[in-house]
Design a protein around this ligand. Structure first.
Ligand code: SF4
Length: 266
């Protein structure tokens, strides 16, 4: 069944066969996506590849909602569960559908969960997350100037709101982390992200842009609109070194620095 949300999103309601899918993400065992597709419409989004299987329109204009996800969530899965990998569990449509909330309500209390989002809506579910055996909540914060953030992540809440959400989550006793991504040398202010979020982050992940996954349209936009972006091998290596130095100086706990590919703009 296809409906339109009040944000004029096309919502495709489906019944899924399964919710927990084995994942190859390092350190994780299962991936859970109650949504497929994402209203945040980030221009660099790596999950856009799923479009090849669906013909619902441009990325960000549709979302598939697995309406039976809450029932499927009852089935306990041992190991670390990651939510989500091809959507944002707190994209705006979640306010209406409350699918993520109902999944969390039904998860077995023994569940160990790692959740990543760009939305402060996650604070609504703090109590549910605290009821799990283990829950870590990450907020993606790129450290871009506001005009760049609006260009890259047009429908996601501002970084300011994300830092405030981290603060609330951390103060509630949840384990929190900052996911600094995508790093594009010349565009991010990583010092600022560390400064603003370190008090509320148990650990950090850093991830450089994965341009092959971000796609040609994004690469063309970078070239055209952001001449300050330097993604040469030298710039990436230098920035990686600088992040390590910054981390040591500021005393933050770094879980990992992900570098996907070098030299892709040459
Ligand atoms: S929030 Fe994540 S899943 Fe959603 S569009 Fe942005 S990068 Fe893609």
């Amino acid at each position: 069944m296809i409906k339109f949300s009040k944000h004029n999103m096309r919502i495709i309601h489906v019944k899924a066969k399964q919710l927990f899918v084995k994942t190859r993400i390092p350190g994780a065992d299962w991936a859970v996506n109650q949504y497929v597709g994402c209203q945040h419409a980030c221009s660099y989004c790596y999950a856009k590849f799923v479009q090849r299987w669906y013909n619902y329109g441009p990325w960000g204009s549709w979302v598939i909602a697995k309406e039976n996800a809450p029932e499927l969530a009852r089935n306990y899965h041992k190991g670390l569960v990651v939510m989500s990998t091809i959507s944002d569990p707190y994209q705006p449509v979640e306010k209406e559908l409350e699918l993520t909330k109902r999944v969390l309500e039904n998860l077995d209390p023994r569940t160990r969960l790692s959740l990543l989002t760009k939305s402060d809506l996650v604070t609504r579910d703090m109590d549910l997350l605290r009821g799990l055996a283990y829950a870590e909540v990450g907020l993606t914060i790129g450290g871009f100037p506001r005009e760049v953030e609006e260009r890259f992540e047009p429908l996601a809440p501002s970084s300011e709101k994300r830092v405030k959400a981290l603060n609330r989550l951390h103060n509630s006793g949840l384990k929190t982390y900052t996911f600094v991504s995508p790093i594009i040398p010349g565009l991010n202010d990583i010092d600022l992200v560390i400064q603003e979020a370190k008090e509320f982050s148990d650990f950090y992940w850093f991830e450089f842009l994965n341009l092959p996954a971000a796609g040609r349209t994004f690469r063309d936009m970078l070239r055209r609109e952001f001449p300050g972006a330097d993604v040469s091998r030298e710039a990436i290596t230098k920035e990686e070194r600088r992040i390590r130095e910054l981390a040591e100086k500021s005393g933050i706990n770094v879980k990992g620095i992900v570098v996907h590919a070098k030299d892709w703009l040459r």
